[in-house]
Write a protein that binds this ligand. Structure first.
Ligand SMILES: NC(=O)c1ccc[n+]([C@@H]2O[C@H](COP(=O)([O-])OP(=O)(O)OC[C@H]3O[C@@H](n4cnc5c(N)ncnc54)[C@H](O)[C@@H]3O)[C@@H](O)[C@H]2O)c1
Length: 401
């Protein structure tokens, strides 16, 4: 099949790398730097090796483009563009809208359009379909479906092949064609009764994580106040073989999904007349963690951080990836700075962030570990400052959250 993928980021490129084994794939992206790198066989995504990408480019099965008309004869179009929050933390569908414009203005024949971007229930039916129809010059009888992406960048045990994939079309034909397409590279397809169920399930999966992380972060604060070790408490609770799932405390949640998706659910809930108070509070608890941590660090250091050199260790939102989107390190740096600290950061996996290069792992009076990459040794972290506060539970000898 001729497949066009709109957006060549974490999701779009991952799909492209699997689909190009069986199909002819065009990856459309607005970013010319990414596109020329991809065509040179250089991947910018953990989990998609440059070797694999180069093989797909050399075989002629994959090419990236910034030319929208290159998608004209696609039989399948996959939308994989960002779905962030706006300044008021409300769903921002501007990227989806621009993808719909590209599709509407350029497709020359009827195609199957599948959304993989995360969004609220009703997006494919009430937003994407009407938008594509609005932008189309001629009336084409497109089919529409949803198959939310579950990729976990940097993870090797679960991938496109062995992660169960939800799917549903607006029509039985769309569902059948969607199943046929994904069955060429995914072993476990789970059909649900409507696109709205698939869209809601995706949001709930990430809301479940957000809420449980908030709960365990609250427990970390309670445990500290009571003089109890939170991680030992969680290990103890984790010995129960049923009815309990262990989550770990942290500086908060990051990435493109966990801090964002629950707000899509809360927004659609409010529009339907339901106050999603629980989801909102979970979000607040996680967003408050950096200020809580900065407060603890100040308290342990004579009650003030004024003029003290503080090094934040690990600014990626999770270990072994370079992704800093929505990283709690950003709020932590703000909170430490507000308390008067002179803050720098060190993260060799990220390298450059906010126009600054990673600092060496040395020379600070205080270090706060947000993310512990495998390439950064715990022994080096504990030696980098006289006082080290660890939010990850991985740095032995440091003060623990
Ligand atoms: N990253 C993840 O782990 C993950 C997992 C599951 C679901 N998702 C969801 O998948 C979607 C995409 O996320 P991502 O992480 O791949 O984003 P990303 O930022 O890594 O990539 C998106 C790409 O889309 C491009 N783009 C934006 N507008 C475009 C347009 N109109 N036409 C062509 N290209 C355009 C950008 O240049 C960028 O390269 C989001 O809805 C996200 O929530 C992400």
């Amino acid at each position: 099949m001729r497949v066009a993928i709109i957006g060549q980021g974490y999701v779009g490129l991952t799909i492209a790398s699997f689909a190009s084994d069986e199909h002819d794939v065009v990856g459309f992206d607005l970013n010319p730097t990414i596109v020329s790198q991809l065509n040179a066989g250089v991947s910018h995504i953990e989990g998609v090796s440059s070797e694999l990408l180069k093989g797909a480019v050399d075989s002629g099965r994959y090419r990236a483009t910034t030319t929208a008309s290159d998608i004209a004869d696609a039989e399948i179009v996959i939308i994989a563009v960002p779905t962030p929050l706006d300044a008021d933390r409300k769903p921002d569908l501007n990227y989806i809208d621009s993808a719909c414009r590209v599709i509407g203005e350029n497709l020359k024949a009827a195609a199957l359009i599948i959304n993989e971007s995360t969004s609220f229930p009703g997006t494919i039916r009430n937003y994407i379909k009407p938008a594509i129809e609005k932008y189309s010059q001629s009336k084409l009888d497109h089919q529409y479906a949803i198959s939310p992406e579950r990729v976990d960048p940097g993870r090797s045990d679960f991938n496109q092949k062995n992660t169960p994939r939800l799917l549903a079309g607006l029509t039985p034909e769309a569902t059948a064609r969607t199943r046929q397409f994904y069955s060429t590279f995914c072993d476990n397809l789970v059909e649900v009764s409507s696109p709205e169920v698939a869209e809601a399930a995706k949001l709930f999966e990430n809301t479940f994580r957000q809420v449980n992380i908030a709960l365990v972060n609250e427990l970390a604060q309670i445990s500290h106040a009571l003089g109890i070790d939170v991680r030992e408490t969680l290990d103890a609770a984790g010995t129960k073989p049923y009815g309990f799932m262990k989550f770990a405390p942290s500086a908060g949640v990051g990435g493109h999904c966990i801090p964002v998706d629950p707000s899509y659910l809360a927004d659609v809930a409010e529009k339907a007349g339901v106050q999603a108070t629980f989801i909102k509070r979970a979000n607040e608890v996680n967003l408050e963690m950096p200020a809580y941590i900065a407060g603890r660090v100040a308290k342990d250091n004579g009650g003030t951080l004024k003029g003290k050199k503080v090094l934040v260790v690990g600014v990626a939102y999770k270990p072994n990836v370079a992704d800093t989107r929505e990283t709690p390190a950003e709020l932590l740096i703000d909170a430490l700075t507000q308390l008067g600290a002179d803050v720098s950061w060190s993260d060799p996996v990220v390298g450059v962030w906010r126009g600054q290069e990673s600092s060496p792992l040395s020379g600070a009076q205080i270090a706060v570990v947000v993310t512990k990459h495998d390439v950064v040794k715990s022994e080096d972290i504990v030696k980098c400052a006289p006082y080290v506060f660890d939010t990850t539970g991985k740095v032995k000898g440091a003060v623990q959250l």
